[in-house]
Design a protein around this ligand. Structure first.
Ligand code: BTN
Length: 338
């Protein structure tokens, strides 16, 4: 997009009240007519900008661009380079491609649409334009491949913190789903490139339902899902929540680098929907396959859930959790179907 138009969107996107043509013209060193022409061009691109007589322009579409993040983040390791795309196959794939070409830690890719968005356990993930957020972040931590699941748990803790600013009842469901009143609001897919003993790249992929699409959720989504705006009862822009998520991940990643996994593990356990409760842990992707029922007793160093089954503790490394002793959580099955 033309740099002036991107800058106008950044000014409008960072203001909750109309911005006058005069103020925009001054900030950007353009004439008011020049601003008006850019506004017209943006409208032609389908971006909804209202004119309020005597007050100025107000952005109504929930657009995102790189310039909008300027001055919003106080991060140390993440977000030095933010790429916002209209469409890609999968933001995780895009980040991995850039990682393979030598991109630095902290790269973020955000897209409105993903043609092949992916979820955990080989499932697909639907991304609904301005109604969703699809973010992927590149990390290059100095840890072993076995420790990488800790970063998924860290991301879940960060997402819970960011979402709880708007919807305080947000909880994590092992390993890293985010639930609100028993319905899924966000998911995390972590991928890595590694060789034994050495991690080259970790991609943290986050999918969040920001608003319910105007035409409702696609039919293929059969599970119980919710979105941030409906559940918090207020409009939260993608810019606001994306900035809060990125900031929270950066804060916890910094803590992890300095103090290891122990503080993250404690935060995760406190934010988990089923700590100390009866759960049904399904193996892998197969809801009709085997499962174990037990009390969720702890999270271990590797991110495995420890289930108390009778007088034994069983370690559960990968799969899907069902919460069975809390009616409001019932059938909060985790993922979107392929
Ligand atoms: C899950 O199954 O719960 C995880 C969903 C993760 C979806 C996100 S959207 C951004 C990133 N790109 C992808 O293709 N997947 C992740």
């Amino acid at each position: 997009m033309n740099a002036n138009r991107e800058a106008i969107l950044a000014h409008l996107g960072n203001s909750t009240i109309p911005v006058s043509g005069h103020a925009l013209a001054e900030k950007m060193g353009l004439s008011r007519t020049g601003i008006w022409k850019h506004i017209q061009a943006l409208r032609k691109q389908g971006i909804d900008i209202e004119s309020h007589a005597g007050r100025g322009y107000q952005l109504k579409s929930d657009v995102l661009n790189t310039s909008m993040f300027a001055g919003r983040l106080k991060t140390q390791r993440i977000g030095s380079h933010i790429v916002v795309l209209d469409e890609t196959d999968s933001t995780n794939r895009e980040v991995m491609r850039q990682a393979e070409s030598g991109a630095d830690e902290g790269l973020i890719v955000i897209a409105d649409f993903q043609t092949q968005g992916r979820g955990r356990l080989g499932r697909s993930w639907h991304t609904a334009g301005h109604d969703s957020l699809a973010i992927s972040i590149l990390l290059r931590p100095n840890i072993s491949p076995e420790q990488v699941p800790q970063l998924s748990l860290l991301t879940a803790v960060a997402l819970q913190r960011a979402l709880a600013l708007h919807a305080p009842e947000t909880r994590i469901k092992w390993p890293n789903d985010l639930l609100l009143h028993g319905a899924k609001i966000a998911g995390i897919l972590t991928e890595m490139r590694a060789e034994p003993g050495q991690v080259h790249a970790v991609v943290l992929g986050i999918g969040l339902n920001v608003q319910k699409p105007a035409n409702g959720w696609p039919k293929e989504i059969t599970q119980k899902v919710t979105d941030l705006c409906s559940s918090s009862g207020k409009h939260v822009s993608r810019l606001t929540i994306a900035s809060e998520i990125i900031q929270a991940i950066d804060d916890y990643y910094d803590m992890y680098i300095k103090h290891g996994f122990a503080p993250v593990r404690k935060l995760w356990w406190d934010a988990h929907a089923a700590s100390g409760q009866l759960v049904r842990a399904h193996h892998g992707n197969d809801r009709d396959g085997g499962y174990v029922e037990g009390i969720a007793e702890a999270l271990d160093e590797d991110g495995a859930l420890l289930l108390r089954v009778g007088d034994k503790l069983q370690r559960f490394i990968a799969g899907d959790l069902e919460l069975i002793d809390n009616a409001s959580m019932d059938h909060a099955s985790t993922d979107q179907p392929a």
